[in-house]
Ligand binder design. Structure first.
Ligand SMILES: [Zn+2]
Length: 150
């Protein structure tokens, strides 16, 4: 990492702490050359995870895709305005990612992601949960699982 002020690579970390469900590390860095201060946010990269789709196709885990699927149902919920929906979706996504990490596996099915997100929405945003199930159930989860109420 280089100092944005003077291009020096002599940066030291002066402070750091976890934020947002411990999914992100906030670091304060100082440039030893010019004294400039900057803040960085480090997030865990989940791109090592492979998602197996229902068709059997394997794709790299895509954070943006997960975010947009959550945002889609949260922003459609009447009680939540669009600005707040972004914040809420971000937090829900981090919660889901934390659970994905806790599984300690390198491969998971899109169905598993669907179930994780469903469980999270179910307890805190029941309206969004219903939308999520209605919207994604057809393409992602098999009918017998859906009927069982998982
Ligand atoms: Zn500098």
């Amino acid at each position: 990492m280089k100092c944005p002020f003077c291009d020096s690579d002599q940066l030291i970390v002066t402070n750091s702490r976890p934020t947002n469900n411990e999914m992100e590390i906030w670091r304060r860095r100082k440039c030893l050359h010019c004294g400039g201060l900057l803040t960085t946010h480090e997030k865990i990269d989940l791109s090592f995870i492979t998602v197996i789709k229902r068709s059997g196709k394997r794709v790299k885990y895509n954070r943006a895709k997960l975010y947009s699927s959550i945002y889609h149902v949260v922003s459609a919920t009447k009680k939540i305005d669009r600005g707040t929906a972004g914040d809420i979706s971000e937090k829900l996504m981090e919660k889901a990612e934390k659970e994905i990490i806790n599984l300690k596996i390198r491969e998971l099915s899109s169905e598993t992601i669907f179930l994780i997100v469903s469980e999270i929405l179910k307890s805190s945003y029941p309206d969004s949960f219903l939308r999520y199930v209605a919207y994604f159930s057809k393409s992602i989860i098999p009918k017998d699982l859906l009927l069982s109420g998982f």
